[in-house]
Design a protein around this ligand. Structure first.
Ligand code: P1T
Length: 386
């Protein structure tokens, strides 16, 4: 079965009790048992729910994996993966990553005795130098948020110390464009809030793996901690994911056009998009991804305040956090998604106050380009106008 067929069929057989073609929203917290311990495989909805199970099977299939577990947010999914570790364990983390992940690692989990070293994993040699005797996990985002750096998943897996887990946050690429397990990763994490659900109307997360022991440990954590999605949220995510392939093709085609437009402007300083030949890892993108997805970042000529000015002038690009919905969004990572990283650290990693990030939606590309052209012209620095 191929990708789009899986998205529409796996986990979604007609409902066994009614024949309903679409997986029902099983809005129930509990299930009546015939006798103590005698039931139809469902006992309590924190542990198992048919709508959630359908989603979990669908998402696992999209990553060509055996096991999927759905969570109430991407951060809950990330927490579950880090929950595999114990106090004293060390994690090597990519230094460009979602600000909320950084906050969870540095301000929550560090208090529980986990140790984190942040390195630029786009240089695999730096990963080797960060390894310690107690390194138990390598945490990757690729492409990274917000600078769209790529990490060579296979190269990092080759450096994995024995017994350590390689976890890849695949939110930006989605399984449509990239399947980290095929390159040797142990675990894939998603914020399903983004492309997978696709319509900016639900918060969710997922952990996907082929390892039976890892799956059991994740399931145990999911049931013990209880950060599960509601049946309604599971339904919305399942429904959104059916059109993932269609949407991703449009997101990527539009992002390529927008990136090329921005790159052609003399008042745009840099554009970060893996689909551009100028991207330092364009070749890796071609090897590791089957498309370049819909996220890009850029900096402008002129003072950093121009970025703030531009961000409030676009009409179709809504000024908002998040990404991956059908509608286009613009965001100022320094003040928004990555505001929880101390300014000095953030700037040292390249997330400057002049950086803007776009989640390119699936509107008409010409309208999106006109929108950006208008905002760029309206904020053009005086000297450039002469
Ligand atoms: O928001 P939540 O569903 O909890 O997902 C967190 C998360 C995890 N991983 C990546 C790569 C992410 O980008 C996110 C959330 N990111 C944003 C809200 C954002 O605007 O970047």
């Amino acid at each position: 079965m191929r990708f789009s067929t899986k998205a529409i069929h796996v986990g979604q057989e007609p409902d066994p009790t009614t024949g309903a073609t679409i997986v029902p929203i099983y809005q129930t917290s509990t299930y009546t048992q015939d006798a103590v311990g005698e039931h139809k495989g469902f006992d309590y909805s924190r542990t198992v729910n048919p709508t959630r199970s359908a989603l979990e099977r669908q998402l696992a299939a999209l990553e060509d994996a055996q096991y999927g577990s759905a969570f109430s947010s991407g951060m809950a999914a990330t927490s579950a993966v880090l929950g595999l570790l114990s106090a004293g364990d060390h994690v090597v983390v990519t230094d460009d990553l979602y600000g909320g992940t950084y906050r969870l690692f540095s301000r929550v989990l560090a208090r529980y005795g986990l140790q984190f070293t942040y390195v630029d994993m786009s240089e695999p040699a730096t990963v080797r130098s960060a390894l310690q005797k107690n390194t138990k996990m390598l945490w990757l985002e690729t492409p990274t948020n917000p600078l769209l750096k790529l990490i060579d998943i296979r190269a990092v897996c080759d450096l994995r110390p024995s017994g350590a887990i390689v976890a890849v946050d695949n939110t930006f690429a989605t399984p449509y464009f990239q399947r980290p397990l095929a390159f040797g990763a142990d675990i894939v994490v998603h914020s399903t809030t983004k492309y997978i659900s696709g319509h900016s109307d639900v918060i969710g997360g997922a952990v996907i793996t082929n390892g039976p022991d890892l799956n059991e440990a994740i399931r145990f954590y999911q049931n013990s901690v209880g950060a599960i999605p509601s049946p309604m949220d599971a339904y919305l995510t399942l429904r959104g994911a059916k059109t993932l392939a269609l949407r991703m093709r449009e997101h990527a085609a539009n992002a390529q056009k927008v990136a090329e437009f921005l790159e052609s402007r003399d008042d745009v300083e840099s554009v970060y998009y893996p689909g551009l030949r100028s991207h330092p890892q364009h070749e890796l993108a071609g090897r590791q991804m089957s498309g370049f997805s819909g996220m890009l970042s850029f900096t402008l000529e002129g003072p950093p305040s121009r970025a703030l000015d531009l961000a409030r002038r676009t009409k179709y690009f809504s000024l908002a956090e998040s990404l991956g919905g059908v509608e286009s969004l613009i965001c100022h990572p320094g003040r928004m998604t990555h505001g929880s990283i101390p300014k000095e650290e953030r700037e040292a990693r390249g997330v400057t106050d002049g950086l803007l990030r776009l989640s390119v939606g699936i509107e008409d590309a010409e309208d999106l380009i006109e929108d950006l052209r208008f905002a760029l012209e309206a904020t053009r620095p005086q000297v450039a106008r002469l």
